[in-house]
Design a protein around this ligand. Structure first.
Ligand SMILES: Cc1ncc(COP(=O)(O)O)c(C=O)c1O
Length: 432
């Protein structure tokens, strides 16, 4: 992997010296150079919503373009109220504007949290690419929990217990991300209740990264904050369910006993980014207040993603590329372990070798499992099914009655490039 600063003789912070470019960037660069050579590329390495921002939210941004003042560091009060009401309504928890912090993306808020809190970060893998690098930059300890495929990559209560029991008094933040990037899997309410019981027993802080909550296929996202309200911070934002990653708006919702963390983060924010973009905050009020247009948008987004995710899952599964069936978001965490012998015979030894060779041979870009905290030798990879024209697919879905399923052939018609890339993966493993 490329290293952008190792040869420098500058006096770099030791936590940053030698840090590689993320795997995502590397695969993107390779994809771009193949594209420039005239090759067809299937961008299944991206983690961005394919859908446009809902029109009502764009209209709101347009009419607030004139907003130019610096806003309160914690975020615009009516927006914080809307976020608090959103969580009270959806997750049945008590919170008010005072419990909410707005930032330029939830990623930035996670960084501030790790900076402000002095403790260990517990990360179940496979996990999103940025949690661990952030901890490394700040110099925090990481405790990894390797979840198992046979448990559908979910963290089990006993696994959480075992790590906490080693030193019951150690301050800890445990990250739970569901629906998950990279697996597309979520937890049932019962499973969350059991995890919450363990978290309470060991008094850990839970960071519930629910950025994909609105994209749970059955529309019934359940938050662990319901079962452990006093110790759970809910992380969310506009990037995924609202398709507005580039707008950069994230939200953290804190329980009252953790308000000291909110104040600490706000103090650091006041000395760094000051406040989140004003027009975006005004527009976000509309998004978090929901309403019929947003409901319809989410209904159709989930319908399309569910149809596509389950279809791709079954095509790959039938040909031996396994993964659990997805529950939400737009990812599959696929495993090529059934082809281990053949891969080794071709000198494909690591997951990174696998994704690089697949990209060179077929133009399909995936991210190796090692980018998500799995071991180098594991033949796992993340497939994002977002390489289609989301605006076109959404417009087509809007013409279908909400209670009706998408017609046969919908994905072949509106996600043709995506489906072609999936078949290229199948053909590749057959040709090994
Ligand atoms: C699991 C997860 N958490 C957090 C983020 C960060 O989102 P943002 O900073 O855009 O709010 C992402 C973005 O890809 C993600 O996949």
């Amino acid at each position: 992997m490329q290293n952008n600063n190792s040869s420098s003789d500058l006096s770099l912070n030791l936590n940053v010296r030698g840090m590689p470019l993320s795997a995502t960037l590397y695969i993107n660069e390779l994809s771009n150079s193949l594209k420039q050579q005239g090759k067809k590329v299937y961008k299944f390495g991206l983690g961005q919503s394919p859908f446009p921002v809902p029109k009502v939210v764009v209209d709101e941004l347009r009419s607030n373009a004139f907003q130019k003042d610096y806003l309160e560091v914690k975020g615009l009060k009516p927006l914080r109220e809307a976020v608090a009401e959103y969580h009270s309504r959806r997750n049945n928890i008590e919170c008010s504007a005072d419990n909410v912090l707005i930032g330029p993306g939830s990623k930035e808020l996670m960084f501030l949290l790790q900076f402000v809190y002095y403790g260990e970060l517990v990360i179940p893998t496979p996990s999103w690419v940025s949690y661990a690098p952030q901890a490394n930059i700040i110099g925090r300890q990481i405790a990894w929990i390797k979840t198992k495929e046979e448990n559908k990559w979910r963290l089990l209560p006993e696994e959480l217990h075992n790590i906490c029991e080693k030193d019951h008094y150690k301050p800890r933040i445990v990250i739970l991300n569901y629906p998950s990037n990279p697996t597309g899997l979520t937890y049932s309410c019962d499973e969350l209740q059991e995890l919450a019981d363990v978290a309470r027993r060991h008094r850990v802080i839970l960071l519930a990264d629910e950025i994909y909550g609105g994209l749970t296929f059955n529309g019934n996202h359940c938050s662990i904050a319901r079962f452990y309200p006093e110790g759970t911070i809910i992380s969310g934002g506009l990037s995924k369910w609202c398709g507005a990653g580039g707008w950069r708006l994230g939200t953290f919702t804190f329980p009252e006993p953790l308000s000291g963390l909110l104040s600490g983060m706000a103090a650091v924010a006041s000395e760094t980014f000051t406040s989140t973009s004003a027009p975006i905050q005004y527009a976000a009020i509309k998004a978090f207040s929901e309403g019929i247009e947003i409901e319809r948008y989410l209904w159709n987004a989930r319908k399309i993603l569910k149809a596509l995710g389950t279809q791709i899952h079954s095509i790959l599964y039938n040909d031996g590329i396994e993964s659990p069936e997805p529950d939400g978001a737009f990812y599959l965490f696929i495993n090529f372990k059934n082809f281990s012998e053949k891969l080794k015979a071709k000198n494909i030894i690591t997951g990174f070798d696998l994704t690089t060779r697949l990209l060179e041979d077929t133009g399909v870009a995936l991210l190796p499992g090692s980018a998500f905290g799995r071991s180098e030798g594991e033949y796992t990879a993340r497939l994002s099914y977002v390489d289609f024209d989301g605006a076109r697919a959404m417009a087509a879905a809007e013409t279908i009655r909400p209670e009706d399923p998408l017609p046969d052939g919908f994905t072949e018609r509106y996600c043709a490039h995506q489906m072609e890339g999936v078949r290229a993966i199948v053909d590749w493993v057959k040709s090994l």
